[in-house]
Design a protein around this ligand. Structure first.
Ligand code: ATP
Ligand code: MG
Length: 401
């Protein structure tokens, strides 16, 4: 069965906001096994929105729109839906009551323009929106369903997951589910991961295995179809075990795991503090570790390589990172010391590159890595922080429990 997504908003076409709604909906449509062949974006123009709805309903059984449901004059989606179906907009007193109740609960007056939101196409199924003022609705005609959702991501996501998808599954008798498991990898490029997993990736069948490259890391996605969640997971388990076996210690986690979260958990589990010198990464590693929950376990020094050397009283020059890591550990009285040092740019244009050195010290050396990263300074800093976090992860792993 086919689905189509229609996102409405001129700001999307102007590139002023990124269409995260379409990506969210796409993932969830895949999750119930619907095929998505088109994602369409149109501006706030009634005629063009109506046309896009008719086109979508001509080639997909399930169409989901977001945006343009608000009270202002440039919100035209409800009028466009009415036009596309040739139905009138009718006033639904219960929807008006919901809108009024929303404002009352917040001690705010509702404005006359909110009255517009209580109109939906004749025969549409109203869907209450407990998170916002824009009530949304589903229109059924023949074997086609059109779900009309607000643009605000938080509202859209809630309504899609709790209201629209259950309705669509029931109405169209959709039984299967697709479950995706992510195996998170750092320290190998996507092409190398692809080589190691080539037989899984070309085999097809169920589950399927694919890779997605991100900055400095790779996700391996194992996706299985099954009649329900549990049976899909049962299909995934042996493939995941085989993938992990094949990849070894470059695997740092699964699904929602992050590098910073893994490092933070590693420090916490061993009750270790970390003295961290960031020379050339502008505090990015500290920021990530803070986000991962390790703020109380990290003492950081953010400085240029030369200033870091001077502050910690070590000699500047070659192989600075291990000296900084050792001196920082002593300076902060921490169990672990680490340093990431981004060197100055070398070369011009496309061959421009920076040397990046990472060192970790416990009682003795606990790891040292050197990389030469091409790209502009922003890209190099972004990748250097990932490599630094991965170095910390590996050093912690090597320390044992
Ligand atoms: P409201 O009742 O709040 O006006 P609405 O249904 O009219 O909701 P829009 O006005 O189109 O929705 O969008 C509201 C906000 O939601 C936008 O300012 C934008 O920040 C966000 N938004 C809209 N569409 C998308 C989208 N496709 N992806 C991500 N964010 C979006
Ligand atoms: Mg709006």
């Amino acid at each position: 069965m086919r689905a189509e997504i229609l996102t409405v908003g001129s700001e999307l076409l102007l590139g002023q906001i990124v269409d995260t709604n379409a990506a969210f909906i796409a993932r969830h449509l895949a999750g119930i096994g619907l095929d998505l062949f088109h994602k369409v974006t149109v501006g706030d123009n009634q005629g063009r929105v109506a046309e896009a709805i008719r086109t979508a309903l001509g080639r997909a059984q399930v169409v989901i729109t977001t945006g343009g449901l608000g009270p202002t004059a440039d919100d035209v989606t409800r009028e466009a839906v009415a036009e596309a179906f040739g139905r009138d907009l009718v006033f639904v007193p219960e929807l008006m009551e919901q809108v009024d109740a929303f404002f009352r609960a917040r001690g705010l007056p509702s404005s006359p323009s909110n009255r517009k939101q209580a109109y939906i196409p004749a025969g549409a199924i109203p869907v209450e929106n407990p998170l916002g003022t824009a009530p949304c609705f589903i229109v059924e005609e023949g074997d086609r369903s059109l779900a009309v959702l607000p643009g605000v991501p938080r509202e859209m996501e809630y309504l899609l997951v709790t209201r629209v998808l259950p309705h669509v599954r029931e109405r169209h008798g959709i039984q299967g589910t697709i479950v995706s498991r992510l195996v998170r990898v750092c320290g190998l490029g996507e092409s190398r991961v692809g080589e190691l997993l080539a037989d899984f990736m070309t085999r097809g069948g169920n589950p399927t295995v694919g890779t997605m490259a991100h900055l400095g890391r790779v996700d391996v996605r194992i996706a299985a179809k099954g009649p329900d969640d549990a049976s899909a997971r049962t299909l995934i388990a042996p493939v995941e075990a085989a993938v992990r076996q094949r990849l070894g210690d470059v695997v740092y986690g699964t699904d929602g795991d992050t590098l910073e979260g893994v490092v933070a958990a590693g420090l916490e589990a061993r009750a270790l503090t970390l003295a961290l010198v960031e020379a050339g990464t502008g505090g990015l590693v500290t920021e990530r570790l803070t986000a991962g929950g390790a703020a109380a376990r990290v003492r950081a020094l953010v400085a240029s390589p030369a200033d870091a050397a001077r502050t910690l009283g070590v000699e500047d020059g070659d192989s600075l990172a291990p000296r900084l890591a050792g001196a920082a550990r002593a300076w902060a009285g921490a169990a672990l010391g680490a340093a990431v040092v981004v060197g100055p740019p070398e070369g011009e244009g496309l061959s421009r590159a920076h040397d990046v050195a990472i060192a970790v010290r416990a009682q003795g050396p606990a790891g040292e890595w050197r990389h030469r990263l091409a790209g502009d300074a922003v890209q190099v800093r972004a990748r250097a922080q990932v490599l630094a976090l991965d170095g910390l992860r590996r050093a912690l792993g090597a320390l044992g429990r």
